[in-house]
Design a protein around this ligand. Structure first.
Ligand SMILES: O=P(O)(O)OC[C@H](O)CO
Length: 196
């Protein structure tokens, strides 16, 4: 699909189509969430084969997070819809994974609750300031998502106890960055809402 070009007196504004490859990958990530959840449920976190399948689906869905951002920047397909939808798709995927891990007693509920409160709160914050500007994912936000993905994949993949014991440490790092970047976004939102 090609982008249209819109002219206004004195300036030319390129209009990027909302239906583009980058946003399609974001949508694919959302579609993979129930497929991933079904495979975790099939595993009951006890069946090694289903756990591996769940982990691989989770990895593919997470990889779309890297690729959609790269495509959007490389081919000039950055849209406001994409900037808002991308973090929402990430949160749907990691949120589903965290809830399922807690449901199957792999992760304390307070960890899942803390991360979900931050993720849903920041999504709400993005809509609260949307009239003033878009809060795009920051570098810290991307590090946070990468840590969450690594930690979740670690919990999902069946492995010997000595290796599995590393998982909580990765999750602890993810929690710290999740909270710290949450405060950073709050500061950004307050700056955007400040009367000029
Ligand atoms: O920390 P957030 O809410 O900006 O989310 C970051 C995104 O998940 C990165 O793709």
């Amino acid at each position: 699909m090609t982008g249209a070009t819109e002219s206004t007196p004195g300036r030319v504004v390129a209009v990027v189509p909302v239906v583009n490859a980058a946003n399609a990958l974001t949508a694919l990530r959302l579609v993979l969430v129930p497929v991933f959840a079904a495979s975790v449920i099939m595993s009951g976190m006890t069946h090694a084969g289903w756990r591996m399948a769940a982990c691989l689906i989770f990895a593919v869905a997470s990889a779309t997070d890297l690729v959609d951002g790269w495509i959007a920047r490389r081919f000039g397909l950055v849209t406001s819809v994409g900037k808002v939808a991308d973090p929402i798709a990430d949160k749907a995927l990691t949120g589903a994974a965290l809830v399922l891990l807690s449901w199957y007693d792999q992760l304390p509920w307070w960890v899942t609750a803390l991360i979900l409160v931050r993720e849903l709160g920041i999504t709400g914050l993005r809509f609260w300031v949307i009239r003033h500007g878009v809060i795009a994912a920051s570098r810290g936000g991307k590090v946070k998502t990468a840590l969450q993905i690594l930690a979740i994949a670690w919990y999902l993949w069946p492995m010997p106890a000595a290796l599995a014991a590393v998982g909580p440490w990765i999750m602890a790092a993810a929690v710290l960055v999740t909270v710290a970047t949450g405060f950073d976004y709050i500061a950004q939102a307050l700056r955007l809402r400040r009367p000029r």
